[in-house]
Design a protein around this ligand. Sequence first.
Ligand code: PGA
Length: 257
Amino acid sequence: MVVSQKKYRYVANWKMSYNLNETLDYAARHYDAYEKLADTPSTTIVICPTTIALYPLGKIFGQSNIKLGAQDCSDHARGSFTGQTSAESIRATGASYCIIGHSERRRLCGETSAMIASKLEQLIDVHINPIICIGETLEENKAGKTLSALEEQLNPLLQIMNKKQALLSYTSVSIAYEPVWAIGSGLVPTHEHLETVYAWLLQKITKSGIQVQIQFLYGGSVTSKNIEQLKKMAFFDGFLVGGASLDFQEFEKIVQY
Ligand code: PGA
């Protein structure tokens, strides 16, 4: 495993918070400011809007430093999968990243770890940078089952990376640890908890022998109020930001801190 240098990656997960027109309007209004924010080699900003906005946003941000990402993709390449969007089509919009395995999709859409592993395979095949979310529920956390829950989610993903080793050099993989209980709750795990999780993750990936450039991210209630404390922790080099990414000034503070 190759651990990348300290280069922060900020993923703005806009979820379904803005409709299409609001998304385009918001992006156009803040275009210059986003450009400025991303204009440093140590910072990558990835905006993940609602899927239908990817194509027009690709036109707006196409020549800029801002990267675009989808919030999900199909676990199939093509075929009779009504309502789904293939990794290939996401690529064609100009997006170069894609979130997979977000807990809202696991919980609300019944996505299993095996399905998420198939999505990873689709992304690797078309050279889209995967942003893989993993995280334990509150019940798992309280029962002391955090690492076993993460292991169940991670193992099928490692198997795919192993199988696709030859293609992995075309992508930069992010693993975002997002405890389900920290998302949108205002709660952030303790330093000790995060240290344990990321040390375990690092060991697990190193042991797998997979040669891959992995960037660890943290997600769950990241705001301008806790970013100082989070950036002091050396275990990860990026953030997946939900609610706080919907307010440009707030997002700017997180990036610039
Ligand atoms: P949050 O969401 O920052 O609003 O907690 C993070 C996420 O769901 O990815």
